[in-house]
Structure formats: C-alpha cells, structure tokens
Design a protein around this ligand. Structure first.
Ligand SMILES: O=C1O[C@H](COP(=O)(O)O)[C@@H](O)[C@H](O)[C@H]1O
Length: 233
C-alpha cells in the first residue's frame, strides 16, 4: 500500500475545522487545475460538524460537484438519509451553490434504482478530486459491508455504483464501487474515537487474502492517490 499519513487532534471541533480547511484547499486546487472539482462525502454520525465548517469556505462552489460515497435507500427527508444530512449541514451558506448528485429515487429497492443512479453519476468529475470516507464499527466504508452478498461484485465492478443489502445494518444501500472510490486523487478517512482508531490500525496490519480484509483496508489498498486519516478522540 502507498503511504497513509495520520493527523490527530485533541477535540472533534479542532478536527472538523482542520479537515474543512484541508478539503477547501484541495477543492480550490482542483478548480484552478481543471476548472471544476468533484467530491464524494460520507454520511452517518461523524461528518456534520466538518460539513458546517466547510460550507462557509471561500471558494467557487458553483464549480463543485458533490455526491455521496454511499446512500441509505430511504426518502431524502428520512432521519437516516445521508442526503438529508448533507443538505442540512453542507449544502448551505456559500456551499449552497454547489451541484449535488442524489443517490436515491422513488423506486422500491436499491437494486431496481441502481441504473438510474449510475446514469446520474455520469455527471461526476472522474476521477473524484476528494473522497471523504467514514468507517463503521464493523470495518465497513461507504456501503461496502463485510459479508454482504454484493460485496465481491462491488469490489471489482466497472460500474460507478452498486446496490448493497447490508447483512446487519438497516436499509438497503447504494454505494460507489471500490474501483470508483479507489481512483480518487485524494482519500481522507474521517473517524473519531479510540475504538475506531484501534480498528483501523488493526485492519491496516492484517495479513490475509483481500477477500477476508475489512472493506476499509480493501479500499485503501487500491488507492494510489494521497491517503490520509483525520482522527480525534
Ligand atoms: O452507514 C454508514 O456508516 C458509515 C459510518 O458512519 P458513522 O455513523 O459511524 O460515522 C458512514 O461512513 C456511511 O456513509 C454511512 O452510510
């Protein structure tokens, strides 16, 4: 694996602000170099504070395309929706000018909706300039869940996204596939708490066939861009 650098902070607030500064700089650099920037953000409990710090940054948000690393197959106003989290916390203030690509539709299942989401994602700058990954307590990242029936296909797929039914977590999912995630120019793992730090460190040390590694490790192993962990206790 190419090298992974760690940035550790003594508070979540400091982490949120430092990470927001770093992302804003990367988006501005991408816009200067290529005229636009593409970023995929994660959902869950971790990113809200960082989103609030990022949304007020001075950059040309009209040139930024934002999507999700993964989405829960729920209505966009559902309490568990990653889109809702992103709209309420990131797509506000200056960042309201960004383009957002939603990864959910009104059809009943993620498997049925995958083709429509795939078509929408064709508008995403490729490769992504910035990818923010979370990590669950089970080592999943995006919605690449250990033991999901769709995991192996999503790790080698030519598609941009895949439908996944997590074996032990709520909601059907759409996730960017591992090849789509791994192409990102800059990958940031954004985690908090001692147990996630310990899990990530253990995942990075595992010596097993790829199919038995935690999904977070599988993604990081395939990334050739800049790789960093932003962590706070
Ligand atoms: O289900 C999900 O979980 C992960 C981790 O979330 P957290 O609540 O532990 O921060 C998240 O990265 C992913 O986007 C989300 O759909």
């Amino acid at each position: 694996m190419s090298s992974l650098s760690w940035h550790e902070y003594s508070s979540k607030d400091e982490l949120d602000h430092q990470l927001a500064d770093f992302i804003a700089e990367q988006l501005s650099t991408a816009i200067a170099a290529r005229g636009q920037a593409g970023i995929a953000v994660s959902g869950g409990r971790t990113p809200a504070g960082m989103f609030k710090a990022l949304r007020v940054k001075e950059l040309d948000w009209s040139k930024v395309v934002i999507t999700l690393a993964d989405e829960r197959w729920v209505a966009p106003d559902h309490a568990d929706s990653n889109e809702r989290l992103t709209r309420e916390n990131l797509l506000q203030d200056k960042a309201a000018k960004a383009t957002f690509i939603s990864q959910v539709s009104s059809v009943a299942t993620a498997h049925e909706g995958q083709k429509e989401i795939e078509a929408r994602l064709a508008a995403l700058p490729s490769p992504l300039d910035v990818l923010i990954l979370g990590m669950g307590d089970d080592g999943h990242t995006a919605s690449l869940f250990p033991n999901a029936a769709e995991l192996e296909a999503a790790c080698v797929s030519d598609a941009l996204c895949a439908a996944v039914i997590p074996p032990a977590a709520p909601h059907q999912r759409i996730t960017l596939t591992l090849p789509t995630l791994a192409k990102a120019r800059s990958v940031i793992v954004h985690i908090t708490g001692d147990s996630k730090k310990a899990l990530l460190q253990a995942a990075l040390l595992e010596q097993k066939p790829a199919t038995e590694l935690f999904p977070i490790r599988r993604v990081l192993d395939k990334c050739n861009g800049l790789k960093q962990v932003f962590w706070a206790t």
